[in-house]
Design a protein around this ligand. Structure first.
Ligand code: FES
Ligand SMILES: [Fe+2]
Length: 381
């Protein structure tokens, strides 16, 4: 029985599915060796990512067209994937290339001769797939992370499964007002929001931090070393957090510098069809100081600090999801203006997870994307 009402949003943000017509990371490149397969999942759809003997990658539906055996159990043969059961061989496009025990390939309808293939790319040490309309893959902007290839930065990866809707992750990072949660790690640091901006598919907030007695977090934030770029007037560290749908970025500029000391690129990829769990990927890039040894010594401490912060955030976002599960709807009583704007962006850019008419989102989507939405709605269960 409800004892108190919530501020339910319309539509309920946790019933908004992530839009499939974007590039999403599904695994770390390092986890897929040559000649091996890797099972991944996107919003309930099982997918196998394959690295051929020559090192290229492709992604297929993880079910054999014959008797539905997961293809990730199969064998990579040259540029093909051979099912582990009867040995049917698939090319990188998902077309059946060979049935080893039938000279003529057998008689079957054309549609049964292939499995779905997903556009697949490797970049920034991650494997990406395009789960939506494949015709849109080449026309859709691929994530840009210029610091990743710069020798000026050292890179650290994070990959975690969280039991919560991906939108909780966006809200959590954008919301610097929850530093109280991290008080054991960050002491009395207080974020002050300077401004926020929003657009059709993005929201951005800028914060400066005013220190308390402990400066553990702030010390990490200035780890990038003194910038050799022309100094600018700002005499405080500036943190910018931006959701650029569907991904998220955090940038820290030191005082008097316009060169990022820290960059974080993050993406939260739904795992189950209800999208109540996600695989979170993060690339943390820290600018190398003039004395490289400082960063080498600090690296394990930075990792420990980042992981500890992340686990505190996990406590919060997974509890939020459990509350949603128990209450059956979003009782979120958000008051932060930037979070309210972010929620609108996430709602507007996503797709309805259910067929209830009230869950209409996507008002501003181009017709081609709406067509992709419809087909997605039928196939994602
Ligand atoms: S189930 Fe894959 S070849 Fe038979
Ligand atoms: Fe946090």
């Amino acid at each position: 029985m409800k004892l108190s009402g919530g501020f339910s949003s319309d539509p309920d943000l946790r019933r908004i599915g992530i839009h499939p017509d974007f590039w999403y990371p599904v695994a770390l490149s390092a986890n897929l060796k040559k000649g091996r397969t890797l099972p991944v999942v996107f919003a309930g759809d099982p997918i196998v990512v394959v690295r051929t003997e020559s090192g290229s990658v492709f992604a297929l539906e993880d079910r054999c067209a014959h008797r539905q055996l997961p293809l990730h159990l199969g064998v990579v043969k040259g540029d093909q994937l051979q099912c582990n059961y009867h040995g049917w061989c698939y090319s990188s496009t998902g077309r059946l290339a060979r049935i080893p025990y039938l000279a003529d390939g057998g008689k079957m309808p054309e549609a049964a001769r292939c499995v779905r293939s997903y556009p697949c790319r490797e970049a920034f040490g991650l494997l990406f797939i395009f789960p939506g309309n494949p015709d849109l893959a080449d026309k859709t902007e691929f994530p840009s992370i210029p610091e990743w290839s710069s020798p000026e930065y050292r890179t650290m990866y994070f990959e975690r499964t969280l039991k919560c809707h991906y939108t909780f992750m966006h809200e959590n990072l954008m919301d610097m007002n929850h530093q109280f949660l991290h008080r054991s790690l960050m002491g009395g640091i207080q974020p002050v929001m300077l401004n926020y901006r929003t657009g059709p598919n993005w929201t951005e907030a800028q914060y400066k931090f005013e220190g308390g007695k402990q400066h553990v977090g702030a010390d990490f934030l200035v780890m990038g070393g003194k910038s050799d770029q022309s100094a600018i007037e700002r005499d405080y560290e500036l943190m910018t957090i931006r959701t650029n749908y569907p991904h998220q970025e955090l940038t820290v500029l030191r005082a008097h510098s316009d060169v990022p000391a820290i960059r974080l690129w993050a993406s939260y990829v739904p795992l189950d069809a209800d999208q109540r769990t996600n695989r979170s990927f993060g690339i943390l890039m820290v600018r190398r100081p003039k004395t490289p040894l400082i960063l080498s010594l600090a690296w394990p401490v930075i990792r420990y600090f980042a992981q500890s912060v992340f686990e505190q955030d996990r406590l919060a976002v997974e509890a939020e999801q459990r509350a949603w599960d128990e209450q059956g709807e979003d009782w979120n009583a958000e008051v932060s203006p930037v979070l309210l704007e972010l929620r609108k962006v996430l709602s507007r850019c996503g797709v309805p997870l259910d067929t209830e008419p009230s869950a209409a989102a996507s008002n501003d989507r181009p017709p081609s994307m709406l067509r992709g939405d419809a087909s997605r709605g039928q196939s994602s269960g």
